[in-house]
Design a protein around this ligand. Structure first.
Ligand code: CAA
Length: 413
């Protein structure tokens, strides 16, 4: 069983991210939320600090600090602004397909420019009619000479328009069941590629979420990840396993940030001749919020450690557990933080309502929490064979003979 491993390097990047978050992100968070615009100077500061190379192996131009370090950075940024947290994290999401499925040549071709911050990358999986059912996508690509031609639309492309590279999943073999989908890299500016709809969102407002359209978009055959078609769905799933601890970290950052505002306010706000923090009811709330945040962090770091140590058997289950648990915690904690601020918390001139708005989407994107729990349940059912002897201790009357009875009833009918 994988334990949490925190390296000196991870702690270093956590410190760097904390500094960027407090000095650059927090002061402008409200402004960019209001105007719903991408904070270019924040992106520059993140790149300047070296944060975009954290999860990328050293041989591809990164710092090779791993996924625990990535989670720590995402948490620090999200603690100051959920939008900036996801804008950063999507670079990991978009680049994981290259790392898990790309050829050596492809990794060397694209990863260094992502690590340096020269290129931002986005992830195009979801479609209008294929959200939770990612495998049901319709965007398709066919080979024409030595080029792939892509046609279709993608939904919810985070960082769309500001990214210069897009990892696009498309159907390349309609007749195949398990090898239908492939991943192709598309550069911004390729003819036929366009951004058609910029969403107006409840939260994470500083980061663009768009529709990406592909109208006879031609990319060289060398842009097919892995060099052979049909591996796309597997690579998308492997990507999500690696990225979901990062969504957990977004939730933890939002919850931690809201909790800190709530404690600060509770210590100052006077009612009934005392501050809120000295009241039992408020202490009960704060105590539960703090405990939940810490539990979520432990689970996220454990999932991230499983990726870092190559404990791939545990990754799928732990990633889904941590994503769903931490983002539910984020929703509860940010809502309670607004409650502690009372009527003021509901107002836009206070910083707390933004945390609640930013938290909501974390329960939805990168796989809804209902999908995560389905993934966890599937894992639990698979593991059941390791304790099948427990059947010996359960009276069999409720299930044995059921099949025979069914057949008997069927025969009578
Ligand atoms: N690793 C490797 N392979 C995997 C895998 C994993 N974790 N999970 C599944 N696979 C493989 C299976 O082994 C199977 O392979 P074979 O065909 O060779 O047997 C294949 O993939 C199909 O697996 P399933 O039958 O389990 O697939 P499914 O259709 O039942 O779907 C699902 C499973 C978990 C529901 C999946 O569709 C899913 O995760 N859905 C949610 C999608 C999602 O998270 N979308 C978010 C997009 S990103 C975003 O939100 C935008 C943003 O920018 C932030």
């Amino acid at each position: 069983m994988s334990q949490i491993v925190i390296t000196e390097e991870a702690l270093h990047w956590q410190e760097v991210a904390h500094k960027v978050a407090e000095e650059v992100v927090r002061p402008v968070a409200r402004h960019f939320d209001e105007i719903q615009e991408y904070p270019t100077e924040v992106r520059a500061a993140i790149a300047e600090a070296g944060l975009l190379g954290v999860w990328i192996p050293k041989e591809y131009g990164g710092h090779g600090a791993g996924i625990v370090a990535l989670c720590m950075v995402i948490e620090e940024l999200s603690r100051a602004c959920g939008g900036v947290g996801v804008a950063y994290a999507v670079n990991a999401l978009g680049s994981f397909p290259i790392l898990v499925g790309g050829t050596e040549e492809q990794k060397l071709r694209w990863m260094p420019s992502i690590a340096s911050g020269e290129k931002m990358i986005a992830f195009c999986l979801s479609e209008k009619f294929a959200g939770s059912d990612a495998g049901g996508m319709r965007c398709q690509a066919h080979l024409d000479g030595d080029e792939w031609v892509i046609n279709g639309e993608k939904k919810w492309t985070t960082n769309g328009g500001v990214a210069s590279l897009y990892t696009v999943f498309a159907v390349t073999d309609k007749t195949s069941k398990s090898r239908r989908i492939s991943a192709l890299m598309v550069e911004q500016g390729t003819p036929g590629f366009s951004i058609e709809k910029i969403e107006d969102k409840m939260g994470i407002r500083c980061v663009p979420v768009v529709e990406t359209h592909f109208d006879d978009v031609r990319v060289p055959a060398a842009n097919l990840l892995g060099g052979r078609p049909g591996m796309g769905f597997k690579h998308a799933m492997m990507t999500l396993d690696r990225a979901r601890p990062g969504v957990a970290a977004q939730g933890i950052g939002l919850a931690q940030g809201a909790l800190e505002y709530a404690v600060t306010y509770a210590l100052r706000r006077q009612q009934f001749g005392q501050n809120l923090a000295s009241m039992g009811v408020i202490q009960d709330m704060l105590g539960r919020m703090g405990t939940e945040v810490e539990a979520a962090r432990g689970l996220a770091w454990r999932a991230a450690t499983a990726v870092d140590t190559g404990d791939m058997k545990a990754v799928n289950r732990l990633a889904a557990m941590s994503k769903s648990f931490a983002t539910d915690v984020a929703m509860r904690v940010t809502t309670d933080a607004v409650q502690i601020f009372g009527g003021y918390g509901y107002m836009k001139d206070y910083p707390i309502e933004k945390y609640m708005r930013d938290a909501k989407i974390t329960q939805i994107y990168e796989g809804t929490n209902q999908i995560q729990r389905m993934v966890v349940a599937r894992n639990l059912m698979k593991e059941a064979e390791t304790y099948s002897h427990l059947s010996d201790y359960i009276p069999t009357e409720t299930y044995e003979g059921y099949q025979a009875l069914e057949e008997e009833v069927g025969a009578e009918a």
